[in-house]
Structure formats: C-alpha cells, structure tokens
Design a binder for this molecule. Structure first.
Ligand code: UFG
Length: 345
C-alpha cells in the first residue's frame, strides 16, 4: 500500500515506518519536527536499507495538508502525530486540543476529499481512565481523566462518526498501553531532553548517571507492592501492530474499530525498577515521592481482540524491552547528548 504516516519522525512513528518498509509498503512521512527529530529519515534508512521521505508540515495547515493528499494518491493514513504527556496536558489543555484535535481535522477532511478509505489512528489506553475491572477490554467504560485522554477519545469519536457518514471508510484506533524499548540498533528510540516525564526514560537517565535519583510516585497504592501497575509493551511490537492493523483494513469489514495493543501483563513500577537494574547492571537510587496527580492505580490490557482481528500478539520480553531501551540510552549518550538528534516522541 501507499501509506502516509503522520508523526513519522517520532518515537512510535520512526519504528512504524521501519516495519512498514520491511513489509513492502511505500511510505511518505510527515512531521512538524516539534518533537520528532530531523535525523529520523536518515536513521530509518540506515536501519531499513531503504530511502524514506519525511515532509515538514504542520498538519493544522489546511492548504498544506490538502496539497499533500491531492498528489499523494495514498491508500491509507497512519495518524500518529500529536502530543502525549499526561501532566503537560493538565497544565496546558489548549495545547493538547490544538495539537491533537487541531491537526486531525484538516487531515480527515483532506482524506475525505481525496478518497483515502483506510485510517489507522494512534489512540491510548488513557481513554479508559481509572478502570474498575481488569484487564480492560475494548468494551470497558471510556472515562479519560486528563485533557490528553479526552483528545484521544474525541478523535476516536470523530472517526467513528466519519465511518457512519462515509460507509466506505475503514478505521482502526489502536489503544496502546505503555510503549517502551527501542530499536536494537540503538539508532531509533525515545530520547528526551532534560527531565523525562515517562518512567523508562527517567530510570535510564538515572542509571546512566545523568540524573541523581529516581522519584517513585507513590508506594502506598492498593497493589501488591504499593506502586502503580501498567502494561509495558515493546515499541517494535507496537510498530508491528500498525502494519497488522493496516493490512487488516483490507479484510472487507468497514467501519470503526478500537483495538488494544498490550501484553496482557501488569507490572508494577518497583518491578520495572528491578528489571532495569538487571538490564543496565547499574545502581538506580530511588526516593519515594507523593502520588502523581491523575495516575491510574492499575491498568493492563486484554489483548484478545488484537489476536483475533488483526493477528497481533506482543512478542518481546520485559528483558528485551529494558535492554533495548538501555542500549539506545548508551548509544545516544555516546553520540553526544547535547548535539544528539536522537528521536523523541
Ligand atoms: N512514574 C514514577 N516516576 C517517574 C515517572 C513515572 O514513579 O518519574 C510512574 C508513574 O507514576 C506511573 C508509571 O511510572 O505509575 C508509568 O508512568 P509513565 O509516565 O511512564 O506512563 P503513564 O502510564 O502515566 O502514561 C503513559 C504515556 C501516555 C499513555 C499512557 C497510557 O505517557 O501517553 O501511558 O497508560 F497514554
């Protein structure tokens, strides 16, 4: 298929483009490089052995998006562009509605106008909020608790409504759980300048000595060891999930579907810390801090629908996730932290 990938220079985007190329698809990427890095195309080419083009474009520009789709002749769009930090969305909701919803509207309008009939959308398990029953299935109540989560749900709703108004349209929203890890080459991964928001990037910076200690946000939750539980999944598995979803869109079913991408196993923050100590062979000093606002106590996926409908199952182990994340951190550090163009989402 001829595929347009938005957010192609980001963490999920860069790994997804590699998998798409490996599966024989033709890819055009777009990115505004606000978070994604300019060196992404070069690095994707280095690991995949195939040239790829990432066009610089702000998707909020209706004429720009229209012009791209008018000539692109795309069979499908994989829409990954957006911001993803829960805390940042609480501090600046306008940014999230602007960058997540504001970018989707010109894109979906142009898709309608230029006859693109297949869309894979990057959603998140954050749409489930604080679930009462575990594991969460795609039928679990949708109750986001942050602006970030609301934007993901709003885009899902828009796509679902579009599928009603445009019966030829076929859409899959992939609800990722917690993507971690990196490409084993050490060239693609998630590198965040300064203090990271997410768990693995933070722990790895402590292991490498760049940050002094890890702050554990709450050790008094009603979980087995008192820390929060999440479903961590290797970014390469997530990337494969996009290819699987894209190819399943060809199966004759039409309409909107949401699909969980998770391993089905919940891991606590303390368990992750221990796995990272083992993978890095480094001391990771830890301090207990108060709970972080908006954190769900526990969430993990029921991944059965992904297996049944798109033939996807997470394959990478927790050890691989931590080792690959560490290898990327060490490689990025070697390339020079200041000048490093490593990819962050
Ligand atoms: N945590 C810490 N200390 C830190 C960072 C995180 O203890 O310095 C804990 C959090 O409290 C949480 C767990 O580690 O319990 C995971 O936190 P992350 O920030 O890595 O991930 P979240 O689960 O909050 O959010 C992530 C992504 C979202 C996505 C969501 C889905 O950032 O984009 O997963 O669950 F929507």
């Amino acid at each position: 298929m001829n595929v347009l990938v938005t957010g192609a220079a980001g963490y999920i985007g860069s790994h997804t483009v590699v998998e798409l190329l490996a599966a024989g698809h033709t890819v055009t990427g777009v990115d505004d490089f606000s978070l994604g890095k300019r060196c992404a195309a070069e690095r994707i080419s280095a690991v995949s052995g195939q040239a790829v083009r990432i066009v610089e474009l702000d998707l909020r520009s209706t004429p720009g998006v229209d012009a791209l789709l008018a000539v692109g002749n795309f069979d499908a769009i994989i829409h990954l562009a957006g911001r993803k930090f829960v805390g940042e969305s609480v501090d600046d909701p306008v940014l999230y509605f602007d960058r997540n919803i504001g970018t989707s509207i010109p894109l979906f309008r142009a898709a309608q106008q230029h006859g693109v009939r297949k869309i894979v959308f990057s959603s998140s398990c954050t749409v489930y909020g604080n679930p009462e029953h575990l594991p969460v299935t795609e039928e679990s109540p949708l109750a986001p608790v942050t602006p970030y989560g609301f934007t993901k749900l709003a885009i899902e709703q828009l796509l679902s409504d579009l599928c009603v108004s445009t019966p030829e349209l076929d859409v899959i929203a992939l609800r990722y759980f917690n993507p971690i890890g990196a490409h084993p080459s050490g060239l693609l991964g998630e590198y965040v300048d300064g203090k990271p928001n997410n768990l693995l990037p933070y722990i790895m910076k402590v292991a490498s000595g760049e940050l002094p200690y890890f702050s554990l946000f709450g050790d008094d939750y009603d979980t087995e060891d008192g820390s929060c539980v999440r479903d961590y999944v290797h970014v390469e598995d997530i990337a494969r999930g996009h290819v699987a979803a894209l190819e399943a869109l060809d199966d004759g079913r039409r309409g909107f579907r949401a699909i969980n991408l998770g391993t089905g196993t919940g891991r606590s923050v303390l368990e992750m810390l221990e796995a990272c100590r083992n993978a890095t062979q480094h001391h990771i000093p830890t301090q207990v801090h108060p709970r972080r606002d908006g954190d769900a106590k526990e969430i993990f996926a029921d991944p059965q629908r992904a297996a049944e409908e798109i033939g996807w199952k997470a394959e990478r182990t927790l050890k691989e996730m931590c080792q690959d994340h560490w290898h990327f951190t060490v490689s990025a550090t070697k390339r020079g932290r200041k000048k490093d163009e490593a990819i962050s989402n």
